[in-house]
Design a protein. Sequence first.
Length: 263
Amino acid sequence: MSQRTFFPKVALDMFVMQMVWSLFFLGIILTIHIGMIIVSVNTGDSMVDFLFFTHGSAKIYMLVIGIISTYGFLRHYAHHGITRKDYFTGSAIAAAGVALAIGVIAIALTGMEYVVMEMADIQGTLDRSLAGDAIQVGNNSISIEFPKAIFESSVLIQSSSWIVSLFMYSLNILTYYAAGWLIGSGFYRFGWFIGLGFILLSLLFIITGDLLWGTELGEPLSNWLPFDLISLPLYGSFLGTIIIIGIMLWLIRLATRNATIKM
């Protein structure tokens, strides 16, 4: 008799839980963004739109909830009789769903943002030319870098490629979720000492993923490597990112497959 699988329930439960967190996160970011728009309107300065504004913070957010995934959910499901395999499969599906949902919400809010700005005749406040540059705050400079390919295939500049922009955004933040999940799995299975190695491994995957999307390496990495930029066609960036995510998922499965469930 075949064993019943529970990964669809795990996927749904984790998706719903993480989307509740994500809606709070997006609400906070949206509030900050609206405040910055009000300031930019009054000062005459320009800033990037919501899609690009969320990208950096969304990556950090996904990294954090990826780390939480192992400690927060593996023990919970194991204590309820869910196998490690079902937990892994359900978690992976939920992660992909959350990344896609955040991308859809960000793009939808960006579209609404442009409509409102145009109706109010203040659309010039949003300037796509700021992509990859630094946002100046007083005498300080806060560097915000985004994958160049996302800007070049913007949903709002090239309306025919909105779905491409969506998958670029979602794949990029999913990479960070997988990296966080890998870190959490390493610490959960092997403890803090070997877990530090998982942090370095995850950073390597993150840096490689950013390079695939055309992000230029900064110092000191640019001094250590013989290159600081990789130029790939769009399909190459997509394929490379999927491979990186697949490798991280494979390592996560290896780490959690026989992990001792902690009380």
